[in-house]
Design a protein around this ligand. Structure first.
Ligand SMILES: [Zn+2]
Length: 255
């Protein structure tokens, strides 16, 4: 009887430890999560997140002590030049959809969060996409603006001469319009090759965002930053929490 009691005691201890560990993974990222969004809309696009879901996700971040950091803060923090806040998060939007301004920005501002928007320059002003005036307004309201190239073609499918055009010309055009240095790029379709890193650095980019899933650490290559792509939630807020936890577990296991 005594032996069973001892066994029960050990098992209970083990279960409590496992629950504690699982809870820790749910609430505390061990690296910097960079969230990747596209559209915040009620349409049926696979890249769309409904405004009410986005609102709940941002509320979750704000209520759980996350601080949304700017892209320069992220770069300095990862380079060891400055200390990041306790629970940093980076919120990014790719492609430059109009709803980033009309729908996402008011929600971000409601929770005191900031974001970054990567613009595919040739799409500016097209139906459904941001205009230059809206991009300037985003910048004036605490949003970092980065390049998502000119044409949104996967850089790996282009010749080095072509991808250099996409990388450099998009930067110059954005800088001319925004009167501010543009030092970050998101690779279209998340596609890149290490051959691009030197060129990015040479023309003045501090970092580049990939489509590789994971968290970011001090040894993460700044031209290969990992992101967590947020898809339409099927389990409400739990989908979002599970995506954050999954990155934690994968980082711990070195995947
Ligand atoms: Zn894109």
């Amino acid at each position: 009887m005594k032996r069973y009691r001892k066994l029960l005691f050990c098992l209970t201890g083990l279960v409590i430890t496992m629950i504690g560990f699982a809870w820790f993974l749910f609430v505390t990222p061990i690296g910097v999560p960079i969230l990747m969004y596209h559209k915040i809309s009620n349409d049926d696009n696979i890249y769309s997140i409904r405004p009410e879901s986005f609102d709940r996700q941002m509320q979750y971040l704000a209520e759980n002590g996350f601080t949304a950091v700017s892209l320069p803060q992220l770069a300095d923090g990862l380079a060891g030049k400055s200390v990041l806040p306790a629970k940093p998060v980076v919120i990014t939007f790719d492609d430059g959809y109009e709803d980033n301004f009309s729908t996402a920005l008011p929600i971000l501002e409601k929770y005191g969060l900031r974001a970054a928007v990567f613009i595919a320059v040739n799409k500016v002003g097209q139906p459904g996409y941001l205009s230059w005036e809206q991009i300037q307004a985003l910048q004036a309201r605490n949003t970092d603006i980065g390049s998502h190239t000119l044409s949104h073609t996967a850089l790996t499918t282009l010749s080095p001469a072509q991808w250099e055009q996409e990388i450099k010309k998009s930067k110059l055009e954005l800088e001319q319009r925004l009167r501010k240095p543009v030092t970050f790029l998101a690779y279209p379709h998340g596609q890149f090759s290490p051959a691009m890193f030197d060129y990015l650095k040479r023309v003045g980019y501090t970092g580049a965002f990939s489509g590789i899933t994971g968290l970011n650490f001090q040894d993460t290559n700044q031209y290969e930053l990992k992101r967590i792509s947020i898809f339409g939630p099927t389990l409400g807020l739990w989908s979002f929490r599970l995506q954050l936890a999954k990155s934690n577990i994968e980082s711990l296991m070195g995947i």
